[in-house]
Ligand binder design. Sequence first.
Ligand code: ATP
Length: 235
Amino acid sequence: MALLSVSDLHVSYGAIKAVKGISFEVNEGEIVTMIGANGAGKSSTMNTIAGLIKPESGQIEFDGQSIVGIKAHQIVDRGIALCPEGRRVFAQMTVDENLDMGGYLHTAQENEEELEVVYEHFPRLRERAGQVAGTLSGGEQQMLAMGRALMSRPKLLMLDEPSMGLAPILVEEIFDIIKQLNEHGTTILLVEQNASMALSIANRGYVLETGRIVKTGTGQDLLHDDDVRKAYLGG
Ligand code: ATP
């Protein structure tokens, strides 16, 4: 049974149809990547799974139970965390305080343990624990956003464009950490415009075009697919 199963999902903003009946699955232990151009519906899909947007229709099952219509914080409690596009860290708060916010559903003791796990994955955050988040570099803010999402101990971590706006060396660092998190047992759903990096670490991928899935396969198959190469990998 899939950990996350989405079927015939439709998402609209008034008259704009952003997601037009997509179905896909994420199995436990996988890294699954969704690639597609600007406006393809990737963020809308993730935000809907996270309970931030109500779908027009369709099913979303997590761990065998429907999560459509339940509140965003209950979805976090079930084991799904979203690391949103643009990071959205709390700029006026310190690194530590930001991480604390990510664990707000847990006890202080649980948070202390989880904080240690986050700091092991992101040693740079430990060094900057007392620094105000708005003064961190882009890469550090991305690490903080990922660390904050991890504080809820998710079974499924959804990452929306983690490489956006980062220098190539930092992109590599972020992708290494994603692999590391996965090896430690977190299932990952990754949305990326950096298709080549994302597909190279993915077990499977889906290609989204104007709200529809047009192609699916293993990460390696998609990396070597002619259409994908032309459209997303610069030939
Ligand atoms: P990007 O990488 O640019 O975020 P995306 O693949 O994540 O692209 P979405 O952000 O899901 O795509 O957008 C899908 C479609 O829905 C686009 O046509 C977009 O303009 C539209 N859309 C997204 N959010 C809203 C909103 N709040 N109100 C109206 N239309 C929206």
